[in-house]
Design a protein around this ligand. Structure first.
Ligand code: SF4
Ligand code: SF4
Length: 345
């Protein structure tokens, strides 16, 4: 097993960088055979245009789709965004529709039950999954990379319920790992040419790590990226190391880029079990910036705990809030910021 990094400073060079990564992993034919239907799963969190670095860049997606077609595969691009009620504008604004491949919004498809998980039925129609995460920070999980990107295979409202069930970074990351081992993508290719630091996954600042990375193991890729971006305490990495579920792998290519991580990641300094317990007590919570809030109600409609009401601007009922930070993730006006402190219940 390998994790491969290739430097790439511009999307105009992305095809060459991706080809180098895939060739070093054994060539695209190792992952796609002639006639196979391939689900390409970018990170399409919300209908942001590419320069915001919230979503996998369309040039990156195009280059992967071309490689799949060159191997004789048939491409289907699909995702379920973080917010409900989004339609075709998701593919339009992110630049994905212009690529000309079939695009499927999982929220409009049937769901299937697999080992207790409600997943998109598109999984029944494809032979392969190629996972295309974006390199970003995340206020709940520290980073969002290959494993977290699979959360989009769960359509709409079910994602909301899981946030309620797994409200802290460690239990949420445990859940993500279960999902990962259930769906196991064939190949993960990371768009780190432009990424996001600070209050990601949508309200942070775009940065240019200038990297394309790939691996058949999204988990190994995530762990290596965390080590190389200053996020050594990434909950997913700590759980994987503690449970000894990391595959053995080698690394090819060089990459270092220190990301500004969201908020106080103090529990990174603790043993994993202690971090898990204390992260339930001392947790990130959303704070509303009234001067930026337009009262649009997107946060209210997507809050899994029903903790938000709109009175001109968003008001948060902290006795109900579970700290999932979905509201911050989805606010289009950056009107919600993370605040760190003891949970008040
Ligand atoms: S906080 Fe953001 S999403 Fe919520 S109502 Fe205000 S502007 Fe809309
Ligand atoms: S208010 Fe925000 S952080 Fe709190 S439960 Fe609702 S969406 Fe999650």
């Amino acid at each position: 097993m390998k994790v491969v990094f290739s430097r790439c400073e511009s999307y105009s060079d992305v095809k060459e960088a991706l080809k180098e990564v895939v060739d070093r992993l054994g060539g695209i034919e190792r992952f796609v055979r002639k006639g196979e239907r391939v689900l390409v799963k970018p990170n399409l969190l919300s209908p942001h245009t590419p320069e915001h670095a919230v979503t996998t860049h369309p040039d990156f997606v195009r280059a992967v789709c071309e490689l799949i077609e060159e191997a004789g595969g048939k491409v289907i691009i699909g995702d379920s965004p973080g917010m409900q009620g989004i339609g075709e504008e998701l593919f339009e604004r992110t630049g994905i529709k212009d690529l000309g491949y079939p695009c499927v919004l999982f929220d409009k498809e049937r769901t299937i039950l697999k080992n207790g998980w409600l997943l998109t039925s598109v999984l029944e129609k494809v032979d392969r999954i190629i996972n295309l995460p974006k390199l970003k920070t995340h206020t709940l999980t520290t980073l969002t990379l290959g494993v977290k990107n699979l959360y989009g295979l769960i359509p709409g409202v079910t994602k909301k319920k899981l946030h309620t069930k797994y409200p802290d970074p460690f239990s949420f990351s445990h859940m993500l790992l279960e999902l990962y081992f259930l769906v196991k993508p064939d190949l993960t290719l990371l768009d780190g040419i432009w990424g996001m630091e600070g209050n990601g996954p949508s309200a942070g600042n775009p940065v240019r790590p200038g990297i394309v990375a790939g691996s058949p193991s999204a988990l190994a890729l995530d762990v290596e990226v965390a080590k190389r971006t200053g996020a050594g305490g990434f909950p997913l990495k700590r759980i994987a190391e503690r449970k000894k579920i990391l595959p053995s792998y080698t690394v090819e290519g060089d990459f270092r880029f220190r990301l500004k991580l969201p908020g106080k990641r103090w529990y990174h300094l603790l043993p994993s079990w202690a971090g898990h317990i204390l992260s339930r007590l001392y947790r990130v919570k959303p704070g509303v910036l009234p001067e930026k809030c337009t009262g649009c109600g997107i946060c209210m409609r997507n809050c899994p705990a029903g903790a938000i009401e709109i009175k001109d601007t968003a008001r948060i009922n902290y006795s109900r809030c579970i700290g999932c930070m979905s509201c911050q993730e989805l606010c289009p006006f950056r009107a919600i910021v993370p605040v760190y402190g003891l949970i008040r219940r």
